[in-house]
Design a protein around this ligand. Structure first.
Ligand code: GAR
Length: 224
């Protein structure tokens, strides 16, 4: 480093929330290990004790915790417990990676501007569950994934970037899911990197990328 360089920022502390397989978590861990994302996963938290992603975290030496939603009488109390656990790790960014719970407005407000979600469709199309099957049934020719800042409604909030895939006539929900996930695994680490580098911010409900407001989502072109 020369005397003109600014000192390196410390890695961005993040907490990742999961409910299942954790392949996106794995992609993020791998990208951090490869030096591609200046972040540090302080903890992985699942609402399901059987989520395989917990095993991935443990293997990587990352604290893996369960807050089982079935043990709480209502959504508000589950979210309060989750928030309490997350905040023990002091993250600057909370990453939802296949976290299959609807969050309360209070939770979302607490993490305003530092809560990201990935959703397997080209939002606003196909919010909710079973997006690949529904995309096939609707006969769309393009499908994909969206990464967005989270707001109170389900799968909504300002979209940062979308990764598109072409739908083939012989796609099944499984083959389409695999195509979309391959894009997700490249895209989520990239977006976390942008956030960690200070290139991505949410201000007054608008996404800013490199200091400029985004009028529409960035489109990720798969160049591999
Ligand atoms: C991902 O495809 C993600 O887009 C989706 O769940 C999958 C989790 O896979 N998220 C949602 O449907 C949120 N509404 P993973 O556990 O292997 O990362």
């Amino acid at each position: 480093m020369s005397e003109h360089d600014s000192p390196a920022r410390p890695p961005l502390p993040i907490v990742v929330l999961i409910s299942g397989q954790g392949t996106n978590l794995q992609a993020i861990m791998d990208a951090i290990d490869a030096g591609e994302v200046p972040a540090e996963i302080r903890a992985v938290i699942s609402n399901r004790p059987d989520a395989y992603g917990l095993e991935r975290a443990r293997r990587a030496g990352i604290p893996a915790e369960v807050i089982d939603h079935r043990r709480y009488p209502d959504r508000a109390r589950f979210d309060a417990a989750l928030e309490d656990r997350i905040d023990r790790y002091h993250p600057e960014l909370v990453v939802l990676a296949g976290f299959m719970r609807i969050l309360t407005p209070a939770f979302v407000a607490h993490y305003a501007g530092r809560l990201l979600n990935i959703h397997p469709s080209l939002l606003p199309a196909f919010t909710g569950l079973d997006t690949h099957r529904r995309a096939l049934e609707a006969g769309v020719r393009e499908h994909g994934t969206s990464i967005h800042f989270v707001t109170a409604e389900l799968d909504s909030g300002p979209v940062i970037v979308q990764g598109r895939v072409a739908v083939s006539p012989d796609d099944t929900p499984q083959t389409l899911a695999a195509k979309v996930q391959a894009v997700e695994h490249r895209l989520y680490p990239l977006v976390i990197r942008w956030f960690a580098e200070g290139r991505l911010r949410l201000k007054d409900g608008v996404v800013y990328f490199d200091g400029r407001p985004l009028e529409k989502p960035l489109i990720y072109e798969d160049k591999r």
